[in-house]
Design a protein around this ligand. Structure first.
Ligand code: ZN
Length: 352
């Protein structure tokens, strides 16, 4: 009987627990990661320095690089340093920005990357995409996914809670992104990948109804695993389709028009709720809004300091941020005045 199956690219190691960082040395001495021990470490501004000190005794020869920001320039410069130093692997330690920069730099240098996440702000911790800032705003760049991923809950507990909670918004946006994908399939025959859908949906469903929040180890473990599963869903799909629909188009438009409004996950959460409002799916809208509120995440444009006019402008621009991606926004094709009307009705619907 023929054995028919597909091979999936996946990290060699996934660890989500307290004390994971202390075992980094053992992981890196694994010959599948590095044989000679020429390791580079990239740290961010947050807890990176502190972690670099903790792992120093086990990584005495490692060269530490500081990642100044989340820009393409920072990634290109780190990539050049990695190539020059002929490192075998790079460890990116920090939040979303540092990991995104290191992923892109590792891809440029053609070496594997180990991700050590210190917060859970978005699903980029284990995805094949880097989101980086450039002169024209923010862009998504395809990269190789990390070879190993460690999430150390001791450090996640010390990260700013606002950034950790943001991961909830990003993971539940899968629910909206999947609806958009199915819409593209129904309306335009766009191929849909059932395995990627299963992984992305399971990740979101595991988080959306939980009663606990970021103070709890049990919650953080599920959130971290869900973000990793979302990243894997993108690898399976070969694109960000299972985790990025109209919800993300809106967030990219807000980033473009009003940079610095809020972080990725918070905007993804608002975009998700608004897209379910546009779909007139009251059950999902209620569930998503309740989830966002439970984690103190913003729900309305006003919650992140945007007026109804500004949010309308963003929704109008949203489809152009992702040409070719069919979502509820392209499907409805609303005019500016229609969007304005929906935005006002959305704010009323979720009030209180
Ligand atoms: Zn996202």
């Amino acid at each position: 009987m023929p054995l028919l199956a597909r091979m999936l690219t996946a990290p060699l190691t996934v660890q989500v627990r307290r004390g994971a960082v202390a075992d980094l040395g053992a992981l890196l001495s694994d010959s599948r990661v590095a044989t000679s021990g020429r390791i580079a470490v990239a740290v961010g501004a947050g807890q990176g320095d502190q972690i670099a000190k903790i792992i120093e005794p086990t990584l005495c020869d490692a060269k530490v690089f500081h990642v100044p920001d989340g820009s393409v320039d920072a990634a290109v410069s780190l990539g050049a340093d990695l190539r020059k130093g002929a490192y075998e692997a790079v460890v990116g330690i920090g939040g979303g920005k540092t990991i995104d920069v290191t992923k892109y730099a590792a891809s440029l240098a053609g070496i594997p990357m180990v991700a050590v996440a210190t917060n859970l702000s978005h699903d980029g911790i284990c995805s094949p995409v880097s989101s980086l800032e450039h002169e024209g705003g923010k862009g998504s760049f395809g990269v190789t996914m990390p070879l190993a991923i460690l999430v150390d809950l001791d450090f996640v507990h010390k990260a700013p809670p606002k950034l950790v909670r943001a991961g909830v918004g990003d993971v539940i946006s899968n629910l909206s992104a999947i609806e958009d994908w199915q819409l593209g399939n129904a309306e335009h025959g766009e191929p849909i990948d059932g395995l990627a859908v299963s992984m992305a949906r399971t990740a979101a469903e595991a988080v959306v109804n939980r009663e606990d929040s970021v103070e709890s180890d049990a919650f953080l473990t599920v959130l971290a695993e869900s973000l990793i599963l979302s990243g894997m869903a993108m690898v399976v799909a070969g694109s960000s389709r299972p985790s990025s629909g109209g919800d993300h188009e809106i967030l990219h438009a807000v980033d473009q028009l009003f940079p610095g409004t809020s972080n990725h996950g918070e905007l993804a959460g608002i975009g998700t709720a608004f897209c379910f409002f546009l779909r007139e799916d009251e059950a999902r809208l209620g569930q998503v809004v309740e989830c966002l509120r439970r984690h103190n995440l913003p729900v309305t444009p006003q919650d992140v300091g945007l007026s109804a006019e500004q949010f309308t402008e963003a929704v109008l621009l949203a489809p152009s941020t992702r040409p070719g991606r069919y979502t509820i926004l392209e499907h409805l094709g609303l005019s500016e005045s229609e969007i304005r009307d929906r935005v006002e009705r959305y704010v009323d619907a979720v009030a209180g």
